[in-house]
Design a protein around this ligand. Structure first.
Ligand code: FES
Length: 576
């Protein structure tokens, strides 16, 4: 099929540089001020490289260099690269939570691309919220765009044993509190768990979202699994630079690539890799930007039919480096066979089916077949009931199977500080059968929807050997976390959701196979409690936080801002 190619005068950047008027004179003289001649830029696609590098983002430490490698590819293909720095969002460093700023990055990405003379975009990110933030912005701007995933770091090591980001932090923190490892052991783990630049190397939110970005068609084939320090990584970055120039000439935009089929594929892969529960919120938000209506129930339908086949922590045993050596995402997608719609398009101009055809698995314990899955329990279940009328989620594959059907008395913490103050108190009335409940941890309550959902277990229970309990919150949890944690309860407590009405001793029933989360309290009593409920004061009197609180949607809607998902196309800026 022949593809129509744009003419240079049809480039978006032509409006800045190609016309003969006073403003264009200014633009041209100013680009020459930086030492460029017209041979460098005139009539060429201008490629905005949106870079989420910063001095404090450990996962993106290599992106300053990768941007240069992308530029190399852009130059090779006859484009003109311009690097545009964007907010970096280091997952462990940014407070109160990076989730407060995902939409900020999405807005920034969209507006950077709109306000500058960009014909195409290369998006550099990977640390948790950066992938959805960049892609949401690119979907809204809808000029040709390609994503260069930061890639996972090397596996951690301690005394000859592999260590996984996050997952082993939680595990050994519990052991330290239980007294089974020493402070010195803990110090050695701190030295060995993060060995290179790159994202978390478990199947946390970063690896999940990079895999989803590839499945949606936003990366070159195989890009998402390459470890950040591997020499294939800069080669992929340069190839992405070459490819975006061609995408501009072909006018291959996000809206030409993403479809309902590509989102269904992304959800399927999310389940097959045992992906982070955070992906639920991001998938809903990205679909919203693409104008594709998805609901929690759509995710649940797919979750029921897709087993976990990536044997990667926290649902499995290995790490992302092993996953890459086993073949990476391409053969995993190939293993999914008819569960994937092979016709969905991707940035290289081919379908995802073409891109994964013939991809081989090199270690069938790491990438399993559908006949030999890691877990049939599913990477996601959507729960409903009087405690979560708009839904809640759990990751059954990372939970203790014995707890997936459980009733127990609630132990309620009104917020994070209350939990931190009382959790280890010797007189806390709690047993292994209790259900720990955390309120005030949602988009409004946190504020910003923090990752507090893997509530730590009370010390006295840890010392008795307990390692999992049912926990319920309106919070998220890290993709590297595990346990029987019910998350994203909606509506959240801070806006008066039923989770705000739970009291100590109330019985809570969790039935994952039946998809139920129920508060066993009569309706009349709940009515009385609701009448007495007092809304909390807002966290922010002004500024971005106040904007967030005014416009953020609930977890079941993706937590985007309502004004960013509103219909309508923003006009190109006037050039005066
Ligand atoms: Fe950046 Fe985990 S901290 S991906």
């Amino acid at each position: 099929m022949s593809v129509r190619r744009k003419k240079p005068e049809e480039l978006r950047s032509h409006r800045w540089y190609g016309v003969d008027d006073l403003r264009s004179f200014g633009h041209r003289s100013r680009i020459k001020q930086m030492g460029y001649a017209s041979e460098d830029y005139a009539g060429k696609p201008i490629i905005g490289i949106v870079n989420t590098w910063s001095d404090i983002n450990q996962c993106h430490a290599h992106l300053r260099v990768r941007a240069e490698e992308v530029k190399r590819g852009v130059w090779q293909a006859g484009g003109f690269p311009i690097e545009l720095p964007a907010i970096s969002l280091s997952e462990p460093v940014v407070k109160p939570t990076t989730m407060l700023y995902r939409n900020f990055l999405a807005m920034e990405t969209e507006e950077l691309l709109r306000s500058h003379p960009c014909d195409g975009a290369v998006l550099l990110g990977g640390c948790d919220k950066t992938t959805p933030g960049l892609i949401m912005g690119a979907l809204s701007m809808d000029i040709p765009a390609i994503f260069v995933p930061a890639g996972p770091m090397l596996r951690g090591m301690w005394r000859g044993k592999p260590l996984g980001s996050g997952s082993d932090t939680w595990k050994y923190w519990a052991e330290l509190r239980a007294g089974t490892i020493t402070r010195d052991d803990w110090g050695e783990i701190e030295n060995g768990i993060s060995r290179s630049f790159g994202t978390c190397m478990t199947m946390g939110t970063a690896a999940t979202m990079m895999s989803i970005a590839e499945t949606l068609g936003f990366t070159l084939p195989g890009a998402s699994s390459i470890p950040a320090p591997d020499s294939s990584h800069p080669r992929m970055a340069t190839a992405s630079g070459r490819r975006i120039v061609e995408m501009v000439w072909q006018d291959l935009k996000p809206s030409d690539i993403v479809s309902r089929a590509s989102f269904d594929n992304a959800i399927t892969v999310d389940m097959a890799v045992g992906g982070s529960t955070n992906a639920v919120v991001h998938i809903l938000a990205m679909a919203g930007r693409a104008g594709i209506k998805l609901t929690l129930d759509d995710l649940d339908v797919i979750a029921k039919r897709v087993p976990v086949i990536a044997n990667v922590r926290p649902s499995g045993a290995y790490l992302m480096e092993d996953f890459y050596y086993a073949g990476g995402l391409r053969p995993l997608i190939a293993q999914l066979g008819s569960l994937i719609d092979g016709g969905a398009r991707t940035v290289n101009g081919k379908s995802i089916g073409e891109n994964v055809k013939g991809a081989q698995v090199w270690n069938d314990d790491v990438i399993r077949s559908l006949n030999n899955p890691v877990s049939n329990a599913g990477a996601l279940a959507v729960l409903r009931g009087n405690l979560a009328p708009d839904g809640a989620v759990i990751k059954p594959s990372a939970a203790d199977p014995k707890l997936l059907k459980h009733s127990g008395p609630a132990v309620v913490f009104k917020d994070y500080n209350d939990m931190a103050a009382r959790l280890d108190a010797p007189d806390l009335k709690v047993t292994a059968d209790s259900v720990l409940v955390l309120q005030s941890a949602g988009p409004h309550g946190g504020p910003g929807f923090p990752e507090w959902g893997m509530l730590p277990l009370p010390k006295k229970l840890l010392q008795q050997g307990v390692r999992d309990m049912v926990r319920v919150s309106d919070s998220r949890m890290s993709g590297t976390s595990y346990g029987t944690c019910v998350l994203h309860v909606a509506p959240e407590s801070a806006i008066g959701g039923p989770i705000a009405l739970v009291k100590d001793g109330d019985t809570i029933t969790l039935d994952v196979p039946g998809r139920v989360l129920r508060l066993e309290v009569p309706d009349e009593e709940l009515k009385r409690r609701r009448a007495a409920w007092v809304a909390p004061k807002p966290h922010y009197p002004r500024g971005y936080g106040a904007l967030f609180a005014k416009h953020v949607t609930q977890a079941n809607e993706g937590c985007d801002f309502d004004f960013l998902t509103a219909p309508g196309k923003v006009a190109e800026p006037e050039i005066h």
